[in-house]
Design a protein around this ligand. Structure first.
Ligand SMILES: Nc1ncnc2c1ncn2[C@@H]1O[C@H](COP(=O)(O)OP(=O)(O)O)[C@@H](O)[C@H]1O
Ligand SMILES: [Mg+2]
Length: 306
């Protein structure tokens, strides 16, 4: 799949502070890419550098496969960027966006209505100051949507949203991703906020991109499961099916039985195998959460890069 955003060894220094250290990121077409990192990790710096707002850097930026500075400038026209845009409190959403439409030089006057519909704010006529956090966030997304970008970059868009606001935000992003084929790059310092939304994750720590992983890989690494290896995979599977109703398992390439959930029944599984005179070679119970996985990764990254 094509990388819409790619950096090669991107490095950015503010005087003494190394804010980005050799970052090579890959955001593919159609993804909702979650960039996860603590405060000060370098997320905003990365976005600013990507968008051409922090000109001094080393390494390479490729947008839509283009890398020369003229081509990058054109490519940035196809990207909507939101990092805490300012809106006028006494204007409505429509009036605010009308202002930004003109500022961006978008001549089509119907554009404001189009983007307000996409975020389901076209029927709201209150002034911006009376909006909930969630509504403000939707206006920000609408602003990023003007001009029909192929990519939308959102820096910590979920800050300050309540759980309902987060759920609404997720719904909108997923809808735009699916129906408008917009690729998203979204940062957060809280993994849980993007856990259900992102299709791929990049973990950044002290300016270093520690790992890029897709959701499936993370799920495999974090799902609750019990892994069993015996001397007879078929007989073991048969016994498990007999013993446990609705058991959900697969057999992996190493002839191990991987059982979903059931981490609270490991002792029963062990007994079943031993009682039936099978040899038990391996029995692992994995209860790691995605949050644990992330913290482990940071601990490792911290060691490697201090
Ligand atoms: N304009 C700046 N001048 C000097 N240092 C900066 C500047 N902006 C950010 N930094 C530093 O760069 C590092 C990364 O910051 P930032 O990109 O804002 O992280 P994040 O968005 O992940 O919280 C931090 O150590 C921060 O203090
Ligand atoms: Mg930031």
């Amino acid at each position: 799949m094509e990388n819409l955003i790619e950096t090669i060894g991107l490095t950015k220094r503010y005087k003494k502070q190394l804010a980005l250290n050799d970052v090579s990121i890959h955001v593919r077409q159609g993804e909702i890419y979650g960039l996860i990192g603590k405060n000060g990790a370098g997320k905003s710096t990365f976005f600013k550098t990507l968008m051409g707002l922090a000109p001094e850097y080393s390494g390479e930026i490729l947008l839509f496969g283009e890398r020369s500075s003229a081509e990058l400038n054109d490519a940035r026209q196809r990207m909507g960027f939101m990092m805490g845009a300012n809106f006028f409190p006494y204007l409505t959403a429509r009036e605010n966006l009308e202002y930004y439409r003109k500022l961006k030089g978008i001549s089509d006057a119907s554009e404001v209505d189009r983007v307000l519909k996409l975020v389901e704010m076209d029927q709201v006529n209150k002034k911006f100051k009376a909006f909930s956090m969630g509504m403000k966030q939707r206006v920000s997304i609408a602003n990023a949507l003007m001009g029909s970008p192929d990519i939308i970059v959102l820096d910590e868009p979920i800050n300050g949203l309540d759980p309902q606001g987060i759920a609404d935000f997720r719904k909108i992003v997923q809808k735009l991703n699916k129906e408008q084929q917009i690729t998203f790059l979204i940062s957060s310092h809280i993994l849980g906020e993007l856990e259900l939304m992102a299709t791929r994750f990049g973990f950044i720590h002290d300016g270093v991109l520690i790992e890029e992983l897709d959701r499936e890989t993370i799920r495999n690494k974090t799902e609750e499961k019990v892994v069993v290896r015996t001397n007879d995979v078929e007989k073991t599977a048969y016994l498990l099916e007999q013993q446990f109703d609705n058991i959900d398992y697969t057999v992996n390439s190493g002839q191990e039985i991987v059982i979903s959930k059931m981490t609270d029944r490991v002792d029963e599984i062990a007994q079943l195998i031993v009682n039936n005179e099978l040899k038990l070679y391996k029995l692992i119970s994995q209860e790691i959460s995605i949050q644990d996985y992330y913290l482990n990764l940071l601990a490792k990254g911290g060691e490697q890069h201090v």
